[in-house]
Design a protein around this ligand. Structure first.
Ligand code: HEC
Ligand code: HEC
Length: 261
């Protein structure tokens, strides 16, 4: 099937509002995932998986499928979530397994992540609490935390190597778009983006959802990306993210050609 049919135009201002109202600290996942996997919570363990592996189709703009980035919705439908990500996938439930077969997300979702979701449902679908932002971190501290977020969220689309997928997801590895303008990159992760974009001479025209990530999380994940895959080595701070969150989103669409000359 053509998955791009599932991507509906989305007003970016509403994504900005939603991002402002849903801040959480998924970064805590990085600190104690193994210690807590027996009793996962939504905010700490499950939401990062939903952001990375479900949100392209299940987001706040989708009209015909549910938005799993909303706790209430996910909690209410948790039994069906478990059946689709586990029983269908094992062949013991007849409805289509999730994520949809052969989508990049279905290839990226790991057995451990399926177990985390299953255990979350078995444990009653607990919401948990968003961890408070930690103390200021050094660049060296941000990189491993950001790597965890990259792996659970960004890599399903941009791929573990950061190379992206042709015609679908642009590369983060050696990306001229990323390295040319740090503010633009931060705002893109805060607000999401849709429309035409030119990265390393290749054209893409798709949608990246806005994610409910905290300032800390965005600082960590972008610092990891900037210090990986042959990128420019910049650092992003939570304060920079906070300042840019207050600004209106950048207009989506093709950038001025002069940026690439
Ligand atoms: C490529 C798009 C896509 C991705 C990625 C995706 N889904 Fe879906 N999902 C759909 C579509 C389309 C439907 C509606 C068709 C159906 O019910 O089989 C659906 C239906 C569902 C349903 C049934 C809801 C109900 O009660 O009827 C569940 C549960 C679900 N998805 C869970 C997930 C979870 C959890 C993930 C991530 C781990 C995920 N999906 C990833 C496209 C997607
Ligand atoms: C559901 C798939 C998906 C996920 C998950 C995702 N992205 Fe994207 N990303 C895209 C798409 C699609 C575009 C291009 C959007 C367009 O066409 O306007 C993009 C564009 C970008 C760009 C600008 C273009 C480039 O390649 O330099 C950056 C930077 C970026 N994403 C970073 C991230 C980071 C960091 C994460 C994890 C927090 C992330 N993305 C998660 C799909 C995704």
């Amino acid at each position: 099937m053509n998955n791009s049919k599932l991507l509906k135009p989305r007003p970016l201002w509403s994504a900005a509002l939603a991002a402002g109202g849903l801040i959480l600290g998924a970064g805590a996942l990085a600190q104690d995932a193994s210690a807590t996997n027996a009793a996962p919570t939504y905010l700490r363990d499950v939401l990062p998986i939903f952001m990375g592996k479900c949100s392209r189709c299940h987001n706040e703009q989708s009209r015909f499928v549910y938005n799993w980035l909303d706790y209430r919705t996910a909690f209410t439908d948790r039994g069906e979530i478990r059946r689709r990500i586990w029983d269908s996938w094992k062949g013991t439930y007849f409805k289509e397994s999730m994520p949809i077969a052969n989508s990049p997300e279905s290839l990226a979702l790991t057995e451990a992540e399926r177990l985390t979701i299953r255990n979350w449902v078995a444990g009653g679908g607990v919401r948990g609490v968003a961890p408070p932002p930690g103390a200021d971190k050094s660049k060296a501290q941000k990189i491993p935390l950001g790597k965890q977020l990259f792996t659970s969220i960004c890599s399903a689309c941009h791929q573990p190597t950061g190379q992206g997928l042709p015609n679908m997801f642009p590369p983060l590895a050696g990306s001229d778009y990323l390295n040319a303008d740090k503010k633009r990159a931060i705002k893109l992760v805060i607000n999401g983006r849709q429309g035409e974009v030119l990265v390393n001479g290749q054209k893409f025209n798709n949608t990246m959802p806005a994610f409910p990530l905290s300032d800390d999380d965005i600082a960590n994940v972008l610092t990891f990306v900037y210090n990986s895959f042959g990128n420019s080595g910049l650092e992003v701070t939570p304060d920079e993210v906070k300042t840019l969150r207050a600004e209106p989103p950048d207009p989506s669409g093709p950038p001025a050609p002069s940026q690439y000359e």
